[in-house]
Design a protein around this ligand. Structure first.
Ligand SMILES: [Fe+2]
Length: 190
């Protein structure tokens, strides 16, 4: 039985959740688990952004905003992964950063499974989803074979997040100021 892109994506989600559990439960194995998580997360995200999201946005223009939001969340999570990679796995900061990452990724996975994947299922017949699954897997393999490069949010993405959160004066802010304002707003809301 062929596997379609939706099953492949969900399988990756369960894999990341299991890595989160192991990261929490096995502090002594954190370096290897974090390296595995970083490589898999970036490959999965790039696979989605390069192969899956554009197909959905084309077939269902009403999903464009959701797809854009999904990519933004990938880049934000990759920023958190970069910070974790630079943090002492035995120090207290690691636990805080890991908690923030788990929260952000759990939220993203929920949105994807509740909105993006059902929309994809409606937009594409099974055969096309199988083909898309192949393209997704191929792109992931390419990213996995290349040196790890977690991305970060672009200035446009930060400006978009600032606007969504009702931050005033965003258009006059620099990239760093935008990042700081978005972070403050998030902390205010807890
Ligand atoms: Fe995603």
């Amino acid at each position: 039985m062929a596997t379609d892109v939706i099953s492949l994506i969900k399988e990756d989600h369960r894999d990341v959740e299991s890595l989160f559990e192991r990261l929490k439960a096995m502090p002594e194995n954190r370096p290897a688990l974090l390296a595995e998580l970083a490589a898999k997360f970036v490959a999965h995200s790039e696979g989605e952004e390069d192969e899956v999201y554009p197909v959905l946005a084309k077939r269902r223009p009403e999903e464009k905003e959701e797809v854009h939001h999904g990519a933004e969340e990938h880049h934000e999570a990759e920023e958190m992964i970069s910070r974790l990679l630079e943090t002492d796995p035995d120090g207290p900061e690691f636990d805080t950063l890991l908690r923030e990452l788990v929260e952000a990724v759990t939220h993203h996975v929920e949105e994807e499974e509740n909105d993006i994947l059902p929309a994809l299922e409606k937009a594409l017949p099974f055969e096309e989803r199988v083909q898309l699954g192949k393209a997704f897997s191929k792109r992931k393999a390419e990213v996995l074979a290349a040196p790890l490069k977690p991305r970060s949010r672009t200035k446009d993405e930060l400006a978009h997040q600032a606007k969504e959160r009702g931050i005033e004066g965003a258009s006059a802010m620099t990239k760093d100021e935008l990042a700081a304002a978005v972070k403050r707003k998030k902390q205010e809301r807890g």
